[in-house]
Design a protein around this ligand. Sequence first.
Ligand code: ATP
Ligand code: MG
Length: 284
Amino acid sequence: MRKIIAVAVPKGGAGKTTTAVNLAASLAVAEKKTLLIDFDPSGACSIYLGFDLAVHEGDIFDVFTFTKHISKVIHKTDLPNLDFIPTNISSMQKEERLARLTNNPYLFTNILNHEELLGYEFIIIDCPPYIKGLTTIALTAAKSILVPVRAGQISLIALKKMFEHIKWIKSGVNKNLAIEGILLTMYEPNTKAWTLTKEELQNKFGDYIFKTVIPKNVSMPESEFFGKPAVLFNATSKGSLAYLALAEEIISRYASKEETNSETKSGSKSEAKAEPTPQEPQNI
Ligand SMILES: Nc1ncnc2c1ncn2[C@@H]1O[C@H](COP(=O)(O)OP(=O)(O)OP(=O)(O)O)[C@@H](O)[C@H]1O
Ligand SMILES: [Mg+2]
């Protein structure tokens, strides 16, 4: 089963791109065939991957506008199991056209069914810091959403807004959207801001929080300068190890789900285990 995970929250600087790039890279390191798609017009994933858009022609906008076939916009990266579709919205005209195109929430859903995309085990989508348009079409097509959260009241408000939007998506355009999890990022233990944020998260969203926590770690902004995922820049840094652990957490969750499904089907186990996350949103 393909896992299509949108990384989204309507707040700037929440760690979406860092998470999308480093989770995708960590899944690739774990030998999972992975595709990273940049859905943010700012093109930040390209910077995080050291990708020169002047050299590598072909982006997701070309697919939306039927200018290029999907096979022409999938680019190789330094990691053998990681491919990348960039976005390159370089002019006001393109931006306006994109805004019009993304009024259709199903814009991306059919594209995902292209043969060239069927062989990926994981597809990770980096969304922009707003809900309308690209985030909505990503969530309409995705199987699940991963929400990164950093400390602070504004982050909590953005998270609640995201969950409201998930409710709306599930009530119409994508009934099956699951919640992959809430990821605590740029985590600093023993700080007042994190203690308060965690308390509120545990109370309202406890079921959704990943076991893995991403610490605040200087190798993340450093690796961005060098245009490399942290796992390639400094594989033993705390940040890299945390993203590798997150990839493992997600992989093992799906592995146990698939195992449970096959056991249930073959009848070798009469009592199926409670379904692991991703789960239905509750307590919103
Ligand atoms: N774990 C971390 N430790 C330290 N710095 C981090 C960490 N994660 C992200 N950062 C830094 O925080 C900044 C914002 O991260 P990022 O670009 O991933 O956020 P974003 O949610 O994608 O932002 P935007 O909404 O603008 O797209 C970046 O400079 C990044 O290097
Ligand atoms: Mg970003």
